[in-house]
Design a protein around this ligand. Sequence first.
Ligand SMILES: NC(=O)c1ccc[n+]([C@@H]2O[C@H](COP(=O)([O-])OP(=O)(O)OC[C@H]3O[C@@H](n4cnc5c(N)ncnc54)[C@H](O)[C@@H]3O)[C@@H](O)[C@H]2O)c1
Length: 243
Amino acid sequence: MVKVIVNGARGRMGSEAVNAVNNDPELQLAGQCDFGDDLAALIKETGAQVVVDLTAASAGFTNTQIILNAGACPVVGTSGFQIEQVNELQALAAEKQLGGLIAPNFSLGAVLMMKFAAQAAKYLPDVEVIEAHSPQKEESPSGTGIRTAELIAQARTKAAVKCSDKELIEGARGAELHGVKLHSVRLPGVVAQQTVFFGGLSETLKIEHNSQHRESFMPGICLACKEVVKRSELVYGLEHLMD
Ligand SMILES: NC(=O)c1ccc[n+]([C@@H]2O[C@H](COP(=O)([O-])OP(=O)(O)OC[C@H]3O[C@@H](n4cnc5c(N)ncnc54)[C@H](O)[C@@H]3O)[C@@H](O)[C@H]2O)c1
């Protein structure tokens, strides 16, 4: 049994994660933590091996440092990480010889969507990403959108066609990362959606993923809790733990 603490346990994702851990016969819920609690003390007190962090973009980096410094493996779904922060946390995990995960998306379908998008980008370099989330989302674009753009940029072997950058209204063409346009939609009723929209010679291809409920992230969280304890490095992206 892997002993797990959920941090952000009173939140929408955290409360789902508490249920998921409780319902998984290979996991044991060692504790619940939220804003104002002493996470380091709880890790020491319970002997938890893993902490699932589902808190706030402003807190994710510090929480992951606290988890590693207390000797537990972080499974982090909190969004808002800069690549430099991921690198710093990977170095800390290596120093402590601890496994861990920072996952822009825990949904297995979303991970496959990113993988398929990277495959398609090798042949179809013209692509834009449209992601949609609820209005409560703290930051834009989403971590999944950023990760998708990174994977597309790594996989692309040809440059995209040059488009006019004249905007009649500022922002009309969206944001850009590594030459990939990213558009963020924020609407009530949406949990998490993303379309990766490719264009070719007289053809288009859309790869679409839709998380209809937060429970869609739970199989990925449970899988990660069981995998990180077997490793001694922190990985970025659930795909590194799936195969
Ligand atoms: N990786 C994924 O698959 C995935 C999916 C959905 C959401 N998210 C991310 O997960 C995070 C949580 O999302 P949510 O919808 O549950 O948010 P939420 O606002 O409903 O819940 C966040 C919880 O974290 C607590 N919290 C805030 N700062 C804290 C801190 N410093 N220490 C401990 N607890 C703290 C809050 O009190 C709250 O209970 C967000 O960053 C969101 O973008 C990730």
